[in-house]
Design a protein. Structure first.
Length: 412
């Protein structure tokens, strides 16, 4: 789920970018800048709001976010079992091997015994250069959160029990890929709809729920719990166990173009929850106590996610790279700072505990709230146990990226 960001072009492009930013702001449904949000649990963290008119910061790029380092400088590198990330790495290679920068490295992986930990470590140390990820202000610490694949209940038919629809992409949703006109705007897409001959912002959550969008007939399934459906949208994918006994998987298909607004933050600001209570579990408990107020709360988050049905396999859901995610070894990143598909070494702590969590992972996903250089979302897997762990994770940490030697950092 891509978020809106501002960029500055060269002087020759200033007029074009001024017009583009005004269009971007309109389609994104921007509001005034809120106060800096308090610390939030992972899935509830507020995405950046659209800034007030001012010179925007320089855009993130691989060259600016990655500082050459050494494997000796990576804490926990020699203690990690990199062989446990090998299958996830091969999945990345399946998506990257056609790219010139990855061809030789991925070809060499075919001769490595993935069960041999020493051989796997030697492969990375020999063929890769390690970079530490650095924030624009030069700091090395960032936020590490967690996410998971929910499992919720549903039905193919609407009923008194199953009355909350999960929608596919509506026919009137327009997606504008700005990079086709301005290559500098890679990773930027705007969402809108036609009103006569005008392109206007797409419907926000409250209007979609009220039936104003072209969603009739786009229902994939119906669920029995509005808050569980809301968290399915936050996670971006999930499984639904139907009343028929069948289980299906729903994957992210598109979004209405509005930035996510944290309902956890809203509940804290309203005095409904303390900061410590504003976890996924705490918000679900609040929803159970206040069913008559839930719709009003959720509608304050204008963002809305649409899904597509995909096959259920033993693998995890597909991430932004287009390959199945691996529990405990896949991570979501900001692709402006970290090349999608690359190995990423994460150094943080376990959720709610001081014990170190240091391991090699693969950057195989993105997320609308995952914005910034030292920023990552740790994929914990599927189901309630994974959800409980992900819901507690909001840790400080550092990141290192492994890239093939001679990888062109200016290609982002």
């Amino acid at each position: 789920m891509e978020g809106l960001r501002n960029v500055i072009g060269s002087p020759a492009h200033c007029a074009g970018f001024a017009l583009l930013v005004s269009v971007a702001l309109a389609l994104a449904g921007c509001a005034s800048v809120p106060k800096k949000p308090p610390a939030q649990p992972p899935a509830l963290e507020a995405q950046p709001a659209c800034p007030a008119p001012q010179p925007p910061p320089a855009p993130l790029s691989w060259a600016s976010a990655l500082r050459p380092s050494t494997f000796d400088a990576v804490p926990g590198w020699t203690e990690d079992a990199q062989s446990q990330a090998w299958s996830a790495f091969l999945r990345s290679c399946a998506a990257l091997q056609a790219q010139p920068a990855w061809q030789n490295t991925c070809a060499a992986a075919g001769s490595v015994d993935g069960a041999d930990g020493s051989a796997v470590r030697r492969f990375f140390e020999t063929l890769f250069t390690v970079y530490q990820v650095v924030n624009p202000d030069g700091s090395l610490e960032g936020m590490i959160t967690g996410y998971y694949e929910p499992l919720i209940r549903g039905s193919r038919q609407r009923s008194v029990t199953y009355r909350y629809p999960v929608y596919g992409v509506p026919d009137d949703l327009l997606v504008v890929d700005l990079s086709e006109v301005f290559p500098d705007l890679k990773h930027m897409r705007l969402r809108g709809r036609l009103e006569g001959r005008r392109v206007v912002p797409y419907w926000p959550r409250a209007d979609i729920e009220a039936g104003k969008a072209a969603v009739q007939g786009r229902e994939l399934v119906w669920t029995d719990d509005a808050i569980e459906l809301f968290f399915l949208q936050i996670q971006g994918s999930g499984q639904v166990r139907l009343d028929s006994g069948e289980t299906i998987r729903l994957s992210y298909a598109d979004q209405n173009g509005y930035p996510y607004r944290s309902v956890g933050r809203l509940l804290v600001e309203q005095g409904e929850l303390t900061l410590d209570q504003a976890s996924m579990q705490g918000i679900k408990a609040w929803a159970q106590r206040n069913p008559e107020r839930l719709a009003q709360l959720l509608n304050q988050n204008a963002s809305y996610v649409f899904f597509r049905e995909t096959a259920v396999t033993a693998d995890g859901p597909s991430g932004a790279l287009g390959v199945p995610l691996t529990a405990g070894r896949s991570v979501a990143v900001d692709p402006r700072a970290i090349p999608l598909g690359s190995p990423v070494f994460i150094s943080t702590t376990l959720p709610g505990a001081p014990a170190p969590l240091r391991r090699l992972m693969l950057a195989q996903d993105t997320g609308g709230a995952i914005r910034g250089a030292v920023r990552a979302d740790f994929y914990w897997g599927s189901g309630a146990e994974a959800g409980a762990t992900a819901g507690r994770m909001r840790q400080s940490g550092q990141l290192w990226v492994l890239l093939p030697k001679d990888f062109p950092l200016t290609g982002s």
